[in-house]
Design a protein around this ligand. Sequence first.
Ligand code: KG4
Ligand code: ZN
Length: 338
Amino acid sequence: MDQQIIYILAIESSCDDTACAVLANDRVLSNVIAGQKVHEQYGGVVPELASRAHQSHIVPVVDLALENAGITKEQLHAIAFTIGPGLMGSLLVGTSFAKSLSLSLGIPLIGVHHMQGHLLAHFVDTGAPQPEFPFIGVTISGGHTQLVLVKAYHDMEVIGTTQDDAIGEAFDKSGKILGLGYPAGPLIDKHAQKGNPHAFEFPVPKAPGLNYSFSGFKTAVLYFIQRETQKDPAFIEKHLDDICASIQYTLIKILFKKIEKAVKSTGINSVAIGGGVSANSGIRKKLESKQEKGWKTFIPPFEFTTDNAAMIGISAYFKYLDREFDGLETTASPRIQM
Ligand code: KG4
Ligand code: ZN
């Protein structure tokens, strides 16, 4: 007998991207993302503007995801949504929409933790090898930097976290100091590929155990740039590639110092990265190079690195198999823990 196909429609609206995906079991049928250009002029996400933009994007994004998947609403088995963490006004739009849709279709509702989604993106069927449990998950995004012991699909323990800024913020704030656009992470990555990573030296902040700290790094970049531009106002322009390469080199060094420590202390050498910063070319290369040390490494395809709804859909699929559903009284949880 053929196995029944479970169709799940997933919505992600935790920050500034309105995203919807449709999955058939662990395969992605459609993956639609509407970004929000409105924040660029402010150099960061403005929560009020984000929730407004989600309101206007959500219906067309969901319609397009269904159309691209080639199925109708009536064929769906469940509606998934990001329950948190994220911005309250943004989460509310996706949560309320998902609840209404599940109520009107009479099908289960499944809330998904955004960061668990980033890690479970590795289980979308792309033909690539998938991690086996347990593994070390590294969530690196604009809001998080965490080392996570992933024991099962929905059994995760945070073993290290940042005490201040996230690594994505370190990229974005450094980029802002350099006058780059927002988000600056991808721009720093682009310039870094043409520069010398050893041109300038930046400090590696200390943090206890498996934790991280990035705020001192950002301050060091600020003082360095202020000092150098006082001597030569054209300093940034003349050395942009080298500055970006040196910033990226140091951030990767900070990141991997604790990943290596986690591998040593847990004895688990299977490492999977997730989150927007895992799109970074230097981080991807560095992780791949660890295969020579016997690590098993997992890097998500680009479309599943930055915020997307496919990762919410795949997380919901495993919850669906376990019949882990949410009631209609569920609320968005901006500060939900892993
Ligand atoms: O996961 P994500 O899309 O949203 C959050 O949940 O935060 O991550 C966004 C972050 C931003 O800080 C952005 O600058 C960073 O991911 N990012 C990158 C790259 N692409 C995106 N950082 C470094 N290199 C990249 N190529
Ligand atoms: Zn994210």
